[in-house]
Each structure stands twice: as structure tokens, then as C-alpha cells.
Design a protein around this ligand. Sequence first.
Ligand code: COA
Length: 140
Amino acid sequence: MEYTIDTSCNNIDFYQVHEILHFYGLSDLNVKQQKQVFENSYAVVFLRKNDKVIGVGRAISDGICQAAIYNIAIRDEYRGKGLGKIVVDNLLSQVEGCNVILYTHPKHLGLYEHWGFSKVKTAYAVYCDPQHYREEGFID
Ligand SMILES: CC(C)(COP(=O)(O)OP(=O)(O)OC[C@H]1O[C@@H](n2cnc3c(N)ncnc32)[C@H](O)[C@@H]1OP(=O)(O)O)[C@@H](O)C(=O)NCCC(=O)NCCS
């Protein structure tokens, strides 16, 4: 399948980015906030088929030693074609040399292990809405 990979926010239609992330319940930010979140990230990836955004992902990082990946999503009709791995691999290459963490949904633990990630035994978090994260199975 033909697609382009963008690693900058220039010329990206953030309504579509918002649409994809909202569709999966990965983010309830509005379009303006979503644009800000990606623009403020260290590394971004957008897969596009012509003008259609079909995959997204981003990483925050100090650019030297630590990074964290967020908002990995592939538009529903394009899932299962290897594009998710392309987004993740591209982000990893943009933060090469860093330790990279990734918080995923409990249902995707196996997927990221399949992609070479190791489960962290010592992670802690302070969530803004702990009740939500408790209900979703992120924390006890
Ligand atoms: C999760 C997501 C990004 C994956 O992208 P994708 O393009 O569908 O995935 P890919 O086709 O690149 O890779 C799928 C591979 O993972 C494997 N896989 C999928 N789920 C798995 C699981 N639970 N355990 C182990 N392996 C799994 C598949 O067998 C496949 O392996 P292969 O490439 O060796 O054949 C995509 O399905 C998506 O957008 N999901 C909804 C949004 C979401 O939940 N995002 C994750 C937030 S952290």
C-alpha cells in the first residue's frame, strides 16, 4: 500500500488526528489541544494516504536519554497491515539512544511485547483521574 510518512506537524489536518484518537477513546482533547499536544512533542509520526491521515503517534523526550511514546493509532480500516509497527519503529528511530517507556491499555500488553518492548516491573504513576485508570485496569 502506498502512503507517506510525515515527521513534522506542518500541513497536518489535526481534525483528522483528533478524529482517529477520539474514535478509539484514546483522547478527549479538542482539535486545538490535539494540535498543541503534537506540536509540543519531541517526535511525531503521521502516515498519510493522499490527504487522509491513516496513522499517528508521538513521543515526548529530552532528546538525550529518556522518551515516552503516546497516541499510537491506525485508522480502523487500515489496521493489521503493519502500519502500527511502522509508526512505533519510526518514533523509536527518532529517539535513538533513549530509554523509551510506553503506557498502553491492558488489552495491548501482548502486542507491545510482540514488538520487542519489555514489561516494566517498577513503574509508578500519578494520574489526574485515578478512578478512570482504576476502572480501565491500569492501576490497582
Ligand atoms: C494497536 C494498533 C496501533 C496496532 O496497529 P496495526 O497497524 O493494526 O498493527 P500491525 O499490523 O503493525 O501489527 C500487528 C502485529 O501485532 C500482532 N498482535 C496484535 N495484537 C497482539 C497481541 N495482543 N499480542 C501479541 N501480538 C499481537 C499481530 O499478530 C501482528 O503481528 P505480525 O505483524 O507479526 O503479523 C492499532 O490496532 C490501533 O490503532 N488500535 C486502536 C488504537 C489503540 O488502541 N492504540 C494503542 C494505544 S497504546
